[in-house]
Design a protein around this ligand. Structure first.
Ligand code: MN
Length: 201
């Protein structure tokens, strides 16, 4: 029997809690099958190697090839799925106006709306599969990065804060080819208290 080194994260919400932004069916495939497969693959790949005892972030920083791809996808999806909160009324303001993350967004992008527009534009124009990220440098300055395939801003020395997955498996069941519509919709379920926690920790 294969030794379990990495395991599937537990979700802090029910599989249908993000509807109608992300359907239960998408969760069953994206979390239940795609992420599970990356976990199973990494457990097979690292067994008996120097990576066996490393935290995910360190594997992503030090590995290449198949180990990097699977470890990166686990780290990316863990950050992705743990940044959501159950869907409520999208008319509610969900970001604390006094939070450090909002102050930094306004300082570095001019306004919350300007930040959202740039983030969506960079997610929409990323060619092929990958991830768009909000990340912070060592001084706390915020940047938006486009990362192809399994990329994560930790490889550039940045702290990852918020991400949107632009692999087709993230949106094709619910939005078909409409990636931009999917990205625009995701703001409704972002848990900004979690993003602020990542920024200030
Ligand atoms: Mn994905």
């Amino acid at each position: 029997m294969l030794n379990i080194i990495f395991s599937l994260i537990a979700l802090p919400y029910a599989p249908n809690a993000l509807e109608p932004v992300i359907s239960r069916e998408t969760m069953e495939y994206h979390y239940g099958k795609h992420l599970q497969t990356y976990v199973d693959n990494l457990n097979k790949l690292v067994a008996g190697t120097e990576f066996e005892a490393m935290p995910l972030e360190e594997i992503v920083a030090k590995s290449q090839g198949a180990i990097f791809n699977n470890a990166g996808q686990i780290l990316n999806h863990n950050l992705y799925f743990l940044q959501f909160k159950p869907y409520e009324d999208p008319k509610f303001e969900t970001i604390n106006p006094k939070s450090e993350i909002l102050k930094a967004i306004i300082r570095d992008f001019g306004s919350f709306g300007a930040f959202q527009a740039e983030f969506e534009q960079k997610g929409t124009t990323l060619f092929g599969s990958g991830w768009v990220w909000l990340a912070a440098d060592k001084e706390g300055k915020l940047v938006i990065t486009q990362e192809p395939n399994a990329g994560n801003p930790v490889t550039k020395g940045l702290k990852p804060l918020l991400t949107m997955d632009v692999w087709e498996h993230a949106y094709y069941i619910d939005y078909r080819n409409r990636r931009a519509a999917h990205l625009h919709s995701l703001w409704q379920i972002i848990d900004w208290s979690e993003i602020n926690r990542r920024y200030t920790e």
